[in-house]
Design a protein around this ligand. Structure first.
Ligand code: NAI
Length: 302
């Protein structure tokens, strides 16, 4: 997609950080912007800032982990703009850090509920509408460099982000036939308000956490993120990726060697077990036969 003028862009987490940067950049490129966020005060503030620039913006208060509310938000967008968005930015996300072995079900439920299920809800809600509209489109999901490897203290967050990378790889395979592109953005650090994500944690999931949320720890994180990439600069990378239909958006070159080391470790593990070449060849052939047969029937399934 090269021309953004007049296109509707739905941005989750659009009231702050990376999502607000996307609202600015795509609004300046002529998109009609919908910012969806769980925080009404942040939505109000972001809306007036965008309007002050002359950007057409509609705001929706939405908890992306709530499927029914997501469907209602999509209906609202269609009523306001006369159709579904052509650009969907799954940007909202939360984090919480602590030793994995201290994690509670509530920690898993909150982080998976927003970071992974929230994205699934967004795509499940809008994709059928985008396909039915017959127009070109693009879906960008914000993952993280953390999605490439496990971690002792960001384990739940990283697991959700790993799933998002994998999911977007699959959409990049399946969506081109509808004229819809798919990209996954993996930031390392953004100048944003994510250090305060705990403020959006629902009370029933906040009551029992195994992780630290004291002011000193949050202040430490604020300092870390204050040195991150400017959200407008980051959104510029996203815009260029959509224009080029790139799947991976990796604008942090300083992280490249760590990714290489991670995948090399995986590749090294293969070499150590390559002891049965004939069996390996038979298994690979069986997979190819399965794939060819399955591809014939794939079109008939919904
Ligand atoms: P941010 O906190 O400034 O913005 C996130 C927005 O999402 C907030 O306005 C928040 O109210 C909203 N939000 C939270 N839960 C929500 C929910 N259930 N429903 C709807 N909206 C909700 O944070 P930031 O950094 O801009 O985060 C954007 C994305 O970037 C997230 O997916 C995050 O995981 C990812 N990311 C951030 C990094 C960083 O260094 N800040 C690094 C890598 C990835």
């Amino acid at each position: 997609m090269k021309d953004f003028n007049g296109k509707v862009a739905f941005i989750t987490g659009g009231a702050s950080g990376a999502g607000f940067g996307q609202a600015q950049v795509f609004g300046r490129a002529g998109c009609r912007i919908v910012i969806a966020d769980i925080r009404q005060d942040a939505l109000d503030d972001a809306t007036s800032r965008l309007r002050a620039e002359g950007i057409e913006v509609h705001s929706v208060r939405l908890d992306i982990s709530d499927r029914a509310a997501y469907a209602a938000a999509a209906d609202e967008v269609e009523a306001v703009f006369g159709g579904p968005p052509q650009l969907l930015f799954n940007t909202a996300g939360v984090n919480s850090f602590g030793p994995l072995e201290n994690a509670t079900y509530e920690d898993f439920d909150w982080i998976f509920g927003v970071n992974l299920n929230g994205v699934i809800n967004g795509i499940q809600t809008f994709l059928p509408r985008m396909i039915a509209s017959g127009r070109d489109g693009h879906i960008v999901t914000t993952s993280s460099m953390g999605g490439f490897a496990g971690s002792a203290t960001a384990a739940i967050y990283n697991a959700t982000k790993a799933a998002l990378i994998n999911l977007m790889e699959s959409y990049a395979i399946t969506l081109p036939k509808y004229g819809i592109g798919a990209s996954v953005l993996c930031p390392a650090s953004i100048r944003s308000n994510i250090a305060d994500a705990q403020d959006t944690r629902p009370a029933h999931l906040a009551a029992n956490s195994g992780f630290r949320s004291d002011e000193a720890f949050i202040e430490l994180q604020r300092r870390l993120y204050s040195g991150g990439m400017d959200p407008v600069e980051l959104a510029g990378h996203v815009k260029r990726a959509i224009e080029n239909n790139d799947l991976y958006i990796l604008p942090y070159p300083e992280t490249k060697e760590a990714v290489r080391a991670h995948f090399e470790k995986i590749l090294d593990a293969f070499a150590a077990r390559d002891s049965d070449p004939e069996g390996a060849q038979q298994r690979a052939q069986a997979f190819e036969e399965y794939r060819a047969e399955a591809a014939k029937t794939a079109g008939s399934t919904k």
